[in-house]
Design a protein around this ligand. Structure first.
Ligand code: HEC
Length: 155
C-alpha cells in the first residue's frame, strides 16, 4: 500500500515536470505587454544582444535590396551567403528557451528562407528572383514584430 502511494507521488511529480517543461516550451518566459503584444522577458544583456542582431539584419536587408536592384548578382550572393552562415551560427540556447513556440517557428522559417535565398542566388543567378525572395523573407519580420516585443527583466 505504502509503495503504491510512493509510486503515485513519483508519477504525479514526473507528470508535473513534463507538463512544466511542455508549458515552458510553448509559452517561453512571456507576459502580455501594455500594447497587447506578447512580451518576451529577457535580461538586459540578452535583450541588447537580440536588438543588436536585429539592427544587423536590417542593414543586411538594405544591402540585399540595393545589390539586387543594381542587378549585382555577385554582391547579392555574398550577402545571402553571410546571412545564411550567420543563421547557422552558434545558437543562444538561453535566449531561445525564453521564447515561445511560435517565435521559434518564425525564426526557423526565416533561417530556412535565408538558406534558400543563398542556394537559389548561386543556382539561378537571377537578381530579380532574389529580390522577390527578400520581400517574402521580410514577411517574417512583419509577422514577428506584430506579435512580439522584448522587455527587460525587473529584479
Ligand atoms: C522571430 C521574431 C523576429 C523576426 C523574424 C525578426 N524580428 Fe526584429 N525584432 C523582434 C523583436 C521581438 C524585437 C523587439 C521589438 C520591441 O521590443 O518592440 C525586434 C526588433 C527589431 C529592430 C529594432 C532594434 C532596436 O535596436 O530596437 C529592428 C531594426 C529589427 N527588429 C529588424 C528586423 C528585420 C529587418 C527582420 C527581418 C529580416 C526582423 N527584425 C525579423 C523579433 C523578430
Amino acid at each position: 500500500m505504502k509503495n503504491i502511494k510512493i509510486l503515485w507521488a513519483i508519477i504525479v511529480a514526473l507528470g508535473l515536470i513534463v507538463f512544466g517543461a511542455g508549458y515552458q516550451l510553448i509559452t517561453g518566459s512571456t507576459v502580455v505587454s501594455s500594447d497587447g503584444r506578447t512580451a518576451i522577458v529577457l535580461t538586459k544583456n540578452e535583450r541588447n544582444f537580440v536588438l543588436g542582431e536585429m539592427r544587423g539584419l536590417l542593414g543586411h536587408m538594405q544591402q540585399l535590396v540595393a545589390a539586387a536592384a543594381d542587378r549585382d548578382i555577385d554582391k547579392t550572393i555574398a550577402i545571402a551567403k553571410r546571412l545564411n552562415s550567420d543563421s547557422q551560427g552558434e545558437k543562444q540556447v538561453g535566449i531561445i528557451a525564453k521564447t515561445p513556440l511560435n517565435f521559434k517557428k518564425i525564426t526557423a522559417n526565416i533561417h530556412s528562407q535565408f538558406g534558400k535565398l543563398y542556394e537559389d542566388s548561386v543556382k539561378k543567378r537571377d537578381a530579380n528572383h532574389s529580390l522577390k525572395q527578400v520581400s517574402m523573407i521580410m514577411q517574417n519580420c512583419i509577422a514577428c514584430h506584430g506579435a512580439y516585443t522584448i522587455i527587460e527583466e525587473q529584479k
